[in-house]
Design a protein around this ligand. Structure first.
Ligand code: SAH
Length: 398
C-alpha cells in the first residue's frame, strides 16, 4: 500500500524529533516543496520522511495551508481506511462512556482524539461531524459509516460552518449524511434539558465544553437571581435554575438561540422562573445598570473576542469591558463568572483583564474557582492552542 503513496520530506532544519515525539502538525516552511508536492490534492494521504528519507509518519497534506501536513498515524505504513477510522472512534468512545451516563458529549476533539481537524458532537441518536480538514472531508462517507458502526447512532449530520474550513479550501455546505434531518434535539445535562438546533444552530448546536462550568455555577445558585449574558440556548441559566436559582434572565444577540432557551426552560420545568432579553450584550448590561437591576450571580460567556493573535489587544480590552459592566450588577457577596474561549488569550492574560475590569468597577473580589473545558474535550499535549476555554468565578466582597 505505502509504496504508491506520495512522500513529503522535512527540510534539514525542521524538527524531526518533534514529530517523533508526537507533534501533530508540520508547517509549510518545514517541508521541501517543489512542483510535485504543491500539486498534491488537498487531503492527500502521504508519508512524511525526515531529511535522510527515513519514514516518520502517515500524514494528510493540504499544500495551500500553513499547516502543510497533519499527522494521522505515527506508523508510516498505517492504512487510513474504514478499520482505522473505527479504531479511532472506538478509543474516543470508551472515554466518553466512562465519563457520562447518557450519550450526550463531544465524541471526537480533533488532534487530541487522533482525528486531526475533526470534531464530532453526539446528541443521543444524532452525531454531528465538523470535518475541518481536507482529508476528513474527502473521507466523510467512510467517517460517517464508521461512526454509525461504532456508536449505533442513526443520524449523521455534516456541519460545514467552521471557520477553519476556508483555510483548507473547503465549502460551507452543511447537510444530512445519514438518516432524517433531526432539527431540534433535547439534551439532558446537569439536571436541565437543553434544546439544540442541529443544522441551523451555531457551532454544533450546544456548548458541551462548558458543562463543568455550568455545574459549578449551578452549585452556587440556590435561591439566587441569575443573569446569564451571552446565554446562547441557556447554558448557564438553565443549569442554575435546575440547581435551585430563584430566577434567571438570559441575554443573547440571537433571537433563535433565546427561543430554544425558552423551549429548554419549558422542558426543564423552570419556565416560570426564566426570562430572556434579546439584544447586544453591552447595551443590555448598560440598560440593566440604569434600571438599577442587581443580581446574586452574573455570568458572561462571550464569543471569542480574540480568536487569533492580531486581535489580542482589542480582545483583552473587550474582556475588561465585560468584566467591568458585569461586576457593577452583582450584589455584595454575590458571584461573577467570566469566560473566554479565545485561543490567543491565555489564562494569565484573561485573568489580568478580568481583574482590571472588576477593579475599574470599584469592586473587590476573591477568585474562588478557575474552570476549563470538560474531559470530553481532551487536549493534545503538544498543542497549547487546544486549551482554549477558561472560566473564572469570583465572589464580590465589601
Ligand atoms: N453561554 C453559552 C454559550 C455562549 S456562545 C453556553 O454556556 O452554552 C456565545 C453567544 O454569544 C452566542 O449565542 C452569540 O449569539 C452571542 N453573542 C455574540 N455576540 C453578542 C453580542 N454582542 N451581544 C449579545 N450576544 C452576543
Amino acid at each position: 500500500m505505502t509504496d504508491i503513496r506520495p512522500t513529503i520530506r522535512l527540510k534539514p532544519k525542521a524538527n524531526a524529533r518533534a514529530i517523533r515525539h508526537g507533534a501533530p502538525w508540520v508547517y509549510d516552511n518545514e517541508i521541501v516543496t517543489d512542483r510535485r508536492t504543491k500539486a498534491l490534492a488537498p487531503g492527500t494521504i502521504a508519508v512524511l520522511e525526515d531529511e535522510g528519507r527515513i519514514p516518520l509518519a502517515t500524514v494528510a497534506v493540504t499544500p495551500a495551508s500553513r499547516i502543510f501536513a497533519r499527522v494521522l498515524d505515527r506508523d508510516p505504513a498505517a492504512e487510513i481506511g474504514p478499520d482505522w477510522l473505527r479504531d479511532r472512534i472506538a478509543i474516543a468512545l470508551a472515554l466518553r462512556e466512562r465519563l457520562y451516563a447518557a450519550p450526550f458529549y463531544r465524541l471526537i476533539h480533533a488532534e487530541a482524539d487522533g482525528l486531526p481537524g475533526v470534531v464530532i458532537d453526539r446528541f443521543g441518536e444524532v452525531a454531528v461531524i465538523q470535518p475541518n480538514a481536507a482529508w476528513a472531508d474527502r473521507l466523510i462517507d467512510d467517517l460517517a459509516a464508521a461512526l454509525v458502526s461504532v456508536t449505533g447512532v442513526s443520524v449523521v449530520v455534516k456541519n460545514a460552518a467552521g471557520r477553519a474550513r476556508a483555510l483548507e479550501g473547503l465549502d460551507d455546505v452543511s447537510l444530512v449524511l445519514i438518516g432524517q434531518d433531526p432539527q431540534a434535539v433535547a439534551v439532558p445535562m446537569n439536571g436541565a434539558t437543553y434544546v439544540a438546533d442541529i443544522l441551523g444552530g451555531q457551532k454544533t448546536g450546544l456548548y458541551y465544553d462548558q458543562r463543568p462550568n455550568h455545574a459549578f455555577a449551578a452549585g452556587l445558585a440556590q435561591g439566587a437571581r441569575v443573569l446569564d449574558v451571552f446565554s446562547h440556548v441557556g447554558g448557564f441559566s438553565l443549569a442554575a435554575l435546575a440547581g435551585g436559582a430563584a430566577s434567571a434572565l438570559a441575554v443573547d444577540g440571537s433571537a433563535p438561540a433565546l427561543a430554544l432557551a425558552e423551549e429548554g426552560a419549558a422542558l426543564s420545568g423552570v419556565a416560570d422562573r426564566f426570562a430572556t432579553r434579546a439584544g447586544d450584550a453591552f447595551a443590555v448590561l448598560e440598560a440593566l445598570a440604569e434600571e438599577g437591576a442587581r443580581f446574586d450571580m452574573v455570568i458572561c460567556d462571550p464569543p471569542a473576542f480574540a480568536p487569533a493573535k492580531p486581535a489580542l489587544e482589542a480582545g483583552l480590552r473587550a474582556y475588561e469591558r465585560v468584566a467591568r459592566a458585569a461586576a457593577g450588577l452583582v450584589v455584595e457577596g454575590g458571584y461573577l463568572g467570566l469566560c473566554s474561549c479565545s485561543h490567543a488569550v491565555d489564562l494569565a492574560r484573561f485573568r489580568t483583564a478580568c481583574n482590571r475590569g472588576i477593579g475599574r468597577a470599584g469592586r473587590s473580589a476573591q477568585l474562588i474557582h478557575t474552570g476549563f473545558a470538560g474531559p470530553d474535550h481532551p487536549q493534545h499535549p503538544q498543542l497549547a492552542e487546544s486549551g482554549y476555554l477558561k472560566a473564572l468565578f469570583y465572589r464580590l466582597i465589601p
